[in-house]
Design a protein around this ligand. Structure first.
Ligand SMILES: [Zn+2]
Length: 396
């Protein structure tokens, strides 16, 4: 009889021990006081001139919406600072990499559109990379891959989206698979150049970096941090290379909001998606906002420029407009912030945005632990669900 009575507490202790590390990490993850929404859009910058009209349309759309503090929604733009100068590469007597940088006169319409949105406060530039690839790796790949050769020597401004996927990772040499790491000196030199270029073009230090294809490593973090980057956007993990099949791969360790990497660079998690060209409607964005808000987390919606260019553009604009309309209607206290502001609020524990009192933190923690893989099932099976419900009642 006594053994039977002891069984549930023993099972609970076992379950708690099994999840202890993740429970503690979730307890330390900042708890947001209000729903937060930011549209994170990558791949803008050096490239096709058609971006200028798309950016103007986006800027006007964002200007039509406000949160309850009268703040417009912010679209953070992952900026690519340079692109292959295909004309110059073709004309050169020997094959070498030459590029057009975003402040080249030929790209003036794009830079003007970007700057206008930044001044209006609806765009926030973030560092995506000098290029969306490692130029030396693309040059080597072009020797044996006709598609890459054609990409590098075509007669228009190339689209980085058209490169073979492994080559779109900047911080690994994907000329062979699995890809090879870059040397520390190569990384340091490349980061110094991109940080300097970002500063020159936008008149500000790049404080938020979004690694291309989310492949980066400690050396990149250290170099970025040395040049002023304070925050790295992650999908909740770090990928470090391309595996034998060309897929991004890493150690699989989970990353939560507010955790720190090398030199205290702060991670912000972006793991929700809004890609209308792939069939996502406003509803998917709203569902993501609901999920994140239930967990007292900010909603960073990932979207790419390809949605807003070409055939999908009008549908994408309409869905974005619907999303912003409904988000505001569904959440009276919704805040539109930039990713840099989100990072700063977490770093400084800004009490206007971040909860410090016990009960709201406990409520968020209870929601978060229940979405851990298999935990809810095991909590029900062992009966741990009952003391957790009591805890939830107390925190309500
Ligand atoms: Zn990208």
């Amino acid at each position: 009889m006594i053994t039977l009575l002891l069984l549930p507490p023993l099972a609970w202790a076992l379950l708690l021990a099994l999840y202890a590390k993740r429970f503690i990490a979730l307890w330390h993850e900042p708890v947001w006081c209000c729903p937060v929404l930011v549209i994170e859009s990558d791949d803008w910058g050096a490239g096709m001139l058609s971006q200028a009209a798309a950016l103007d349309d986006l800027r006007q759309l964002l200007n039509c919406h406000c949160d309850h503090t009268r703040r417009h929604p912010v679209m953070t733009l992952g900026i690519v600072l340079a692109i292959a100068d295909t004309e110059a590469i073709r004309a050169a007597t020997d094959r070498k990499y030459l590029s057009i940088v975003l402040d080249d006169a030929r790209l003036a319409p794009v830079l003007t559109a970007l700057r206008t949105g930044i001044v209006e406060g609806v765009f926030a530039p973030q560092l995506h990379g000098m290029e969306h690839y490692w130029p030396a790796a693309v040059l080597v790949a072009a020797q044996t891959d006709k598609r890459v050769e054609a990409w590098l020597t075509g007669d228009t401004l190339p689209r980085t989206e058209d490169l073979p996927s492994p080559l779109q990772s900047r911080w690994t040499a994907a000329t062979v698979l699995p890809s090879l790491p870059l040397s520390i000196s190569e990384i340091n030199e490349a980061v110094a150049t991109e940080a300097r270029t970002f500063q020159r073009i936008f008149g500000m230090t790049a404080q938020v970096a979004v690694p291309t294809t989310f492949v980066w490593n400690d050396e990149v973090e250290r170099a970025w941090s040395a040049h002023g980057v304070r925050c790295i956007v992650t999908p909740g993990m770090r990928l470090e290379y391309r595996d034998a099949q060309g897929r991004p791969a890493g150690d699989g360790r989970k990353i939560l909001n507010g955790e720190c990497g090398q030199n205290d660079v702060l991670y912000v998690v972006r793991d929700q998606y809004f890609e209308p060209a792939l069939g996502h409607c406003a509803e998917q964005g709203l569902a993501a906002l609901a999920r994140q808000t239930a967990c007292a987390r900010p909603t960073l919606l990932e979207t790419h420029r390809f949605n807003f260019l070409g055939e999908s553009a009008s549908v994408a604009m309409q869905e974005l407009n619907n999303l912003l309309d409904k988000a505001r209607a569904n959440y009276r206290t919704l805040r539109f912030l930039s990713t840099q502001e989100i990072a700063e609020a977490m770093a400084h524990k800004d009490t206007e945005l971040i909860e410090t009192s016990l009960r709201p933190r406990l409520r968020a923690w209870l929601v978060r632990i229940h979405i851990l893989p298999r935990f809810t099932k095991l909590a029900r099976f062992t009966g741990l669900v009952w003391p957790l419900r009591l805890l939830g009642k107390w925190a309500a």
